[in-house]
Design a binder for this molecule. Structure first.
Ligand code: ADP
Ligand code: MG
Length: 807
């Protein structure tokens, strides 16, 4: 070992040019290792394991330096990489401390590229990268999605046709074989004391080359019958001399694969990586938390996720890792909430019972139970000095605006200002009209924007502020707001970004949250005073997702529709019914109604989507509806022009609005009765439901028509759900079930961390994690105690990354 150290030092002195020994370092290392069973030899063997197949010679200079330094370090301090600590035992205190930082093995850490692993060629690395596996750490967290149960080991005489099982047998003969003209493969006969069995590997000629008569094998797979004889087809196999069976005779992991990546390779890599690195994954959870939640230590959980002793063990492992994951997320979420609540004191806002009753009585309808409940929840929040952070969820048309208006009224009654922000100008205008109507009590305003509701006992001034106002009007609005004369300001988010100051901002309502990222929310909160915040969204969010994405917000739910709504008739039509469908649209227009036509979803790029929309529009305008007035909006149309088109449609100057998904957050046009969605199979259910919510807002019967060119079975099933389910929440759950969260809800847009282990159906685990997070923060709000610090770092790392992505 002394000579090894000298050689490595010489190599370093020569600038890692692989010139320290004649013939290169690889040959030297191999000679050195032959027959060496010392601990230093073991250490070197471990270090070698992380070298790529092409050896030291195949490394770039920087990689060579890291490897040499790492090995020299290991040789010097004796605390090297070969420390064999059984995974499931608590490591002694000293090495636990050492685990806080992932230690290096020959310069290799959990963050190192998988290319440093033996047997990972550039091509294999590229294939793994396609699965999101780039580093050693990624590989440890690349979990099987299921297991093949090969744990039943049976003598050949007792194997059961049709079942998965394992036999332990000796190879008698093995040879390449040809079946028919093209199909080549391998065939073997194996036997044990109880009988013999024919084994076939279709298309795998190399298997025969690996088998020798007399070899002891484990074979796992399904048993079939061919010409009355039992046989195994394409079983997994491995020599019984292996220390650990990884392909057979146990629960064998089935990994997500990609083209060109063989299951055997991934299983072997997973096993080797677990052996060498699982013990090095730092454990950030304080021991008391691990105990309370019954968590397995990380290395044990990782091993049992990949190679479980039983299905029960696999579930326990998953539970441990999922809880850790969810707890980290919940800590971040609750800390954010804590920070917001500690950021200052808000004005307590409230409406006298008489004024509230007066407002409610002035409405042209009676409130639903859900609206009343939400109003009460909000009223209780804003009456306190702790700033409110609440999400108001309700399906399209469920009547969120009136609930928000009651809160804005409370702000005004308490001598504060309220603001409501919408994602587009046209929506801001719409709110302005709606809210003005609610305050005019059936009568006329005193003068523009000034109301005198009988129940308030003083005038109420409401102002619209959007970018497209004439400069003079804009300046006047800004000034009035800044002087504190405006009670309620309605606008786009220019409202808080531009040179507007609110001397007494008490409440901010944000409509259609998902268009505003986490960062905008933070910016909003930073605006001068410390207002209460109410976020409104019409996107139904299943509970797990809500607690994760909006976990820092309290939740109010309007889960009841105003009575007497006409259902939007929804039909899925087939391509050959297209002409009829166009005919129906024309009929509706002839009756004075309007229609939306949504272009198929194009995901490749905004530019391609825009082009497709233009083509669709031109086709419709020229060939199908040459006599009607058509408008077009898509993502590439400048915002100003888009608003012009939307306004024209709203005001009845267009019959048909052709659009891409940008109208999803759209406008109320009571006269629009047809929503025709082209390529409907490419949209998610929630999105289709949002489209559908654009119609059925007036007195006329409305229709949602879903056209799809060539829908798959699965797509047809989804579209059938649209015909029968009208509840946005149920559709959201179905959508999530069918498509998964990534599709359902763009991760980047929402700041949803990408869940590796936990599932959105893990409501129980989520509640446990949330309770534990609350408990930890209660005892140590900053997570500043020594035993909490690694966790605090992990949390800020997770959220730091997310925030960066969202901004
Ligand atoms: P959304 O939740 O989609 O924002 P809105 O607040 O715009 O819904 O309300 C949709 C329509 O329903 C509006 O025209 C509103 O006046 C009306 N509305 C709200 N609440 C009720 C109710 N309780 N009964 C009848 N109509 C209502
Ligand atoms: Mg609304």
């Amino acid at each position: 070992m002394e000579s090894l150290r000298k050689v490595l030092e010489l190599e370093r002195a020569k600038g890692f040019a692989d010139t320290a020994v004649l013939g290169g370092l690889d040959g030297f290392l191999r000679r050195l290792l032959k027959g060496d069973r010392s601990t230093a030899g073991a250490r070197l063997r471990t270090a070698l394991r992380v070298l790529p197949a092409r050896g030291y010679a195949g490394l770039a200079t920087g990689e060579r330096r890291r490897w040499v330094e790492g090995l020299l370090g290991a040789l010097a301090d004796g605390s090297g990489p070969a420390r064999a600590s059984p995974a499931e035992h608590r490591a002694p205190a000293a090495s636990r401390r050492a685990q806080a930082r992932p230690p290096a093995v020959g310069g290799v850490t959990l963050g190192s590229s998988i290319e440093v692993l033996k047997g990972v060629s550039r091509a294999t690395a590229a294939r793994l990268a396609r699965l999101g596996v780039r580093t050693i750490g990624d590989l440890l967290y690349h979990f099987p999605h299921r297991y093949s149960d090969f744990a039943h080991i049976r003598p050949i005489s007792q194997i059961v046709v049709g079942e998965e099982q394992t036999v332990l047998a000796t190879v008698w003969t093995a040879a390449e074989t040809t079946m028919g003209r093209r199909l080549k493969g391998s065939e073997a006969v194996v036997g044990d004391e109880t009988g013999t069995l024919r084994v076939i590997w279709w298309g795998q000629r190399y298997v025969a080359r690996q088998l020798r008569p007399g070899m002891r094998l484990a074979l796992s797979g399904r048993v079939t019958v061919f010409r009355g004889q039992r046989q195994m087809e394409n079983p997994e196999y491995e020599p019984l001399t292996s220390d650990d069976l990884i392909h057979t005779a146990r629960l064998v992991p089935v990994y997500p694969l990609t083209e060109g990546l063989s299951p055997r390779v991934v299983r072997r890599l997973a096993k080797e990586t677990l052996d060498a690195f699982a013990d090095r994954v730092p454990d950030t959870m304080p021991p008391s938390t691990q105990e309370r939640l019954g968590l397995w230590p990380v290395p044990r959980a990782l091993r049992q996720m990949h190679y479980p002793d039983s299905l029960n063990a696999a579930e326990m492992a998953r539970r441990s890792l999922a809880l850790r994951e969810l707890l980290t997320i919940q800590l971040g979420v609750l800390k954010r909430r804590q920070a917001w609540q500690a950021s200052g004191r808000a004005h307590p806002l409230g409406l006298s019972p008489a004024a509230l009753e007066g407002f409610v009585a002035s409405l042209p309808f009676s409130l639903t139970g859900a609206q009343r409940r939400s109003m009460a929840e909000i009223a209780a929040d804003i009456a306190r000095e702790v700033p409110m952070s609440r999400l108001l969820q309700g399906d399209v048309g469920s009547g969120k605006t009136v609930v928000a208006t009651a809160a804005l009224l409370a702000a005004a009654a308490s001598g504060c200002q309220g603001a409501i922000m919408a994602p587009t100008e046209i929506l801001a205008e719409q709110h302005y009209r709606t809210i003005s109507a609610l305050f005019s009590d059936g009568g006329e305003p005193l003068w523009s924007g000034v109301f005198q509701p009988s129940y308030l006992g003083r005038p109420l001034r409401v102002t619209l502020l959007t970018g497209s106002l004439a400069a003079k009007d804009k300046a006047a609005a800004q000034e009035a707001i800044s002087r504190g004369e405006v009670d309620i300001a309605i606008g786009t988010h220019a409202l808080i970004q531009e040179e507007v100051s609110f001397p007494r901002l008490g409440l901010v309502v944000v409509d259609e949250q998902h268009r505003f990222g986490v960062m905008q929310r933070a910016a909003l909160r930073a605006k001068g005073s410390c207002p209460h915040v109410l976020v409104m969204t019409a996107t139904p969010i299943p509970r797990t997702l809500a607690l994760t994405v909006y976990g820092d917000l309290d939740m109010s739910l309007i889960d009841e529709m105003p009575p007497g709504r006409k259902r939007v008739k929804t039909i899925h039509v087939l391509p050959h019914e297209r002409d009829e469908t166009y005919g129906f649209v024309r009929e509706q227009v002839q009756q004075g109604r309007q229609a939306y036509i949504i272009c198929p979803l194009v995901e490749e790029s905004e530019a391609i989507a825009a082009k497709a929309a233009v083509q669709e529009y031109e086709y419709l305008a020229r060939e199908v509806f040459p006599d009607l007035r058509l408008g077009l909006v898509h993502g590439r149309v400048p915002a100003v022009e888009r608003e012009v088109q939307m306004r024209a449609f709203r005001d009845g100057r267009l019959d048909i609005l052709v659009a891409t998904a940008v109208v999803e957050v759209g406008i109320d046009v009571a006269n629009a009765t047809v929503m025709l969605v082209e390529g409907a199979d490419r949209f998610g259910l929630s999105q289709l439901h949002q489209f559908r919510g654009r119609v059925g807002r007036g007195e006329h019967q409305s229709y949602c028509i879903l056209l799809s060119e060539n829908p798959s079975e699965e797509a047809q099933e989804r579209l059938r759900l649209m015909e029968s389910i009208y509840d946005g929440f149920r559709l959201a759950e179905e959508d999530l079930r069918l498509r998964g969260p990534g599709e359902y809800f763009g991760t980047r847009q929402t700041g949803l961390p990408d869940l590796k282990v936990a599932r959105l159906s893990d409501v129980d685990l989520l509640e446990q994690a949330r309770a534990e997070a609350a408990r930890l923060l209660e005892g140590d709000p900053a997570l500043a105690r020594p035993e909490h610090r690694p966790l605090a770092r992990e949390v800020s790392h997770l959220w730091g990354r997310l925030t960066a992505e969202v901004s």
